[in-house]
Design a protein around this ligand. Structure first.
Ligand code: PMV
Length: 316
């Protein structure tokens, strides 16, 4: 296989945002998710030492790992090892890989899928290797599984296609492209997440177990709301999308997945002029999205004043 050792290779991938239907999707209802204008990039260059992977913004001090070929411990090292192999490179290839970007890490914005895809794209370019769509999706899923156990496939499918997708998870996962009537001006804010997606899902499952009929009615309503959301996205009706964000957030609150910081974020965004706001992803902290076509800067500033990180992005 030809290798371009004297060149720097690069790969990039966007993050994702769930617009409607998180949690209800676990119970067979539809969800809508889209690729973000912000993402991660991987740069790959020849190294005088063995392979290393640096993620300068990981945690407070950054992270630097070598490939880990064992099936236990050090998830990032294992992910690096799988990525090298799937890109057609030996685990000893002397490369220095740096993954960085503007996507917040670990708050439900698809950072592990974006990490997997950017890394694979960078390493494949370095190796002079091309994976077809199926191979790329499989490799991304294998890497994401190292972090998440059993990912639904939604994240890496959105990240790979860069599209807005209507997703259902019944006997098989189905995806349909949704053509947006116009791009969405979104302010994204985030804070630390309490626990993992898996914990948020299992705690909701325990609540549902005590009153299944009541919760299933709630999930069905969230499913119908996602259908309204799809039509509003297709027609580009921003007022309607904003109203549906607010309603979806109310349902998520009713499910018990909205924590106090999520409530403060959506209220701050609405007070600053957003058309609507909701948490996105698993909740219990993490990220919120606000539709802010008129004065996004004011919404960003209001969220920052309230103590959150925030950025403006467009879903196109
Ligand atoms: O926060 P994230 O990106 O991990 O999203 C979780 C979405 C859920 O619907 C809560 C779980 C799932 O598997 O769909």
């Amino acid at each position: 296989m030809p290798m371009n050792h004297d060149r720097i290779a690069a790969g990039a991938a966007p993050g994702k945002v769930i617009l409607f239907g998180e949690h209800a999707v676990v119970y067979g209802q539809p969800a809508l998710a889209a690729a973000l204008g912000h993402g991660l990039g991987a740069s790959v260059e020849e190294s005088s030492k063995g392979p290393t992977l640096d993620i300068p913004r990981w945690g407070t001090e950054g992270l630097s790992v070598e490939p880990n070929h064992l099936s236990r411990g050090d998830a990032m090292g294992r992910a690096f090892s799988v990525a090298l192999k799937r890109s057609g490179l030996s685990p000893e290839t002397p490369v220095k890989v740096t993954v960085d970007g503007q996507l917040p890490l670990g708050v439900g914005l698809g950072s592990s899928a974006a990490f997997a895809v950017a890394l694979l794209r960078g390493l494949c370019q370095y190796a002079g290797n091309t994976l077809n769509d199926v191979e790329m999706a499989q490799a991304a899923e294998d890497i994401e599984s190292i972090f998440h156990g059993n990912p639904s496939g939604l994240d890496h499918t959105v990240v790979l296609t860069g599209e807005c997708l209507y997703f259902t998870r019944q006997s098989a996962n189905t995806f349909q492209s949704v053509r947006l009537g116009r791009s969405l001006p979104l302010v994204i804010s985030w804070t630390r997440r309490e626990g993992t997606t898996r914990e948020a899902v299992s705690q909701l499952a325990a609540r549902r177990e005590r009153s299944p009929a009541m919760y299933d009615d709630l999930f069905a309503s969230m499913g119908r709301l996602a259908e309204h959301g799809r039509r509003a996205l297709e027609s580009g009706d921003l007022r309607q999308i904003g109203a549906l964000f607010d309603l979806n957030h109310g349902y998520l609150n009713a499910c018990g997945v909205s924590a106090e910081p999520n409530e403060r974020m959506v209220i701050a965004a609405r007070d600053a002029g957003a058309y609507g706001a909701k948490l996105t992803g698993a909740g219990h902290g993490g990220a919120c999205i606000a539709l802010a076509p008129d004065n996004p800067e004011a919404v960003v500033v209001a969220l920052q004043r309230a103590g959150f990180d925030a950025l403006y992005t467009e879903v196109a």
